[in-house]
Design a protein around this ligand. Structure first.
Ligand code: ZN
Length: 391
């Protein structure tokens, strides 16, 4: 066992590492007129606690110049366009859900993947911007914006990252000295909610001791699905879905995560804010009433609390200035006023305020509403607006 105080496991932050294997690489360096062979030694280690495998060595700028000569390309992915199609399919329903996509591709190479997204019929009309972040990009496609980003120096160079709401990081994280610092930076730097699709080689699908093809010092981190999940969730990301699979010889961990401000609010904060939140919704309903007929979607606990909060709400329900929508309770009556099914009101109302507070319920209401035919602009999720104001 090697107790190395300088090097921490990026997953569990412990410093007890076990030596596994030595990797030697060499490359020509041109010194004056002469070629000189430069040799470097790297050592694979495994974290004693979480079993994460990492490569330890002199990862200085000079070493990176040796490891990434000008003509270096990520061969494993570039030669397999099927993987890009598969990634788009994996993300498709989430991409389609966002009306104004601000895309970012971290480590997007020459922009091949972004280019593929830009020509996809299913959501290309939704794309507002698309940026490829790459360290010293070489060939730049003309229709794509490239930004030079030093991933291993993210605290210094990260200020150039623009706002995004859907990001990709495909076979990049394993090349970073400190993947935790990078993900943490993205999480904190971007104040909005966003999706992040991560893909890395799967440590579980390659034989770490016998495989030669995927073990080289360019790959500093060797992830398992469990450890990738632990890393992202300990930063605060919410896991949407993840799976391992091999595509044309590439062992892949596919993982879609999300930063969701509401998912990270603690129960204590929530309880402190609950009254404020109800007052906020009550005010929103009352001010909406003065302008037009509105409807409240969801006849449940939250509606009951809002009604208790202000007598004007009950009056407006009785006078049908507020229409109530609920798929399950449709056809029943509250205070003598009919509860509508969503379909009955398509085209007849100009504002829908969602009342349930649970995130999955809110999402499914929005999805149903749009599917049935309500324009998304008239659907108001007061909880998101409220969080935006207080966070
Ligand atoms: Zn560890």
């Amino acid at each position: 066992m090697n107790k190395n105080i300088n090097i921490q496991c990026p997953i569990c932050l412990n410093s007890e590492l076990r030596y596994l294997h030595t990797i030697n690489v060499s490359a020509w360096a041109i010194i004056g007129q002469n070629l000189e062979r430069q040799e470097k030694e790297f050592k694979l280690h495994e974290c004693v606690h979480c079993k994460h495998v990492m490569c330890i060595g002199d990862y200085s700028e000079k070493t990176f110049d040796i490891l990434y000569p000008e003509n270096f390309k990520s061969v494993a992915i570039k030669k397999r366009p099927d993987i890009y199609d598969n990634i788009i399919e994996y993300n498709l329903s989430f991409l389609q859900d966002i009306p104004k996509l601000l895309l970012a591709d971290f480590g997007g190479g020459e922009g091949d993947f972004i280019n593929k997204l830009l020509t996809n019929n299913f959501f290309q009309k939704n794309i507002q911007s698309a940026i490829v972040y790459e360290k010293h990009p070489l060939t730049k496609k003309k229709n794509i914006k490239f930004i030079d980003l030093d991933f291993n120096n993210i605290k210094k160079s990260g200020s150039i990252i623009s706002e995004f709401n859907y990001a990709f990081c495909i076979h990049t994280l394993e090349h970073l000295i400190n993947p935790r610092e990078f993900l943490n930076f993205l999480f904190k730097k971007n104040k909005n909610n966003f999706y992040l699709y991560l893909e890395v080689p799967s440590n579980e699908l390659i034989d770490i001791k016998n495989s030669v093809t995927l073990i080289y010092p360019q790959h500093i981190q060797y992830f398992s699905l469990k450890n990738l999940f632990f890393l992202t969730s300990s930063i605060g990301f919410e896991l949407i879905k993840a799976e391992c699979e091999e595509t044309e010889g590439v062992p892949r961990i596919k993982c879609l995560i999300r930063k969701d401000n509401r998912a990270n609010i603690s129960i204590k904060e929530y309880l402190n804010n609950k009254d404020d939140l109800r007052n906020y919704i009550t005010k929103m309903v009352l001010s909406g009433l003065s302008q037009r007929k509105i409807s409240l979607w969801g006849v449940g606990n939250e509606l009951y609390e809002i009604i208790k909060n202000h007598e004007g709400i009950k009056k407006a329900i009785i006078s049908e200035d507020i229409l109530l929508i609920d798929s399950k309770l449709a056809g029943k009556y509250l205070y003598g006023t009919k509860i509508y099914s969503p379909k009955e009101l398509v085209g007849k109302i100009s504002k829908i305020i969602i009342t349930p507070m649970e995130l999955p319920t809110i999402r499914s209401i929005i999805r149903d509403a749009v599917r049935i035919g309500f324009p998304s602009e008239i659907i108001v999720d007061p909880y998101t607006l409220y969080r935006k104001e207080i966070l």
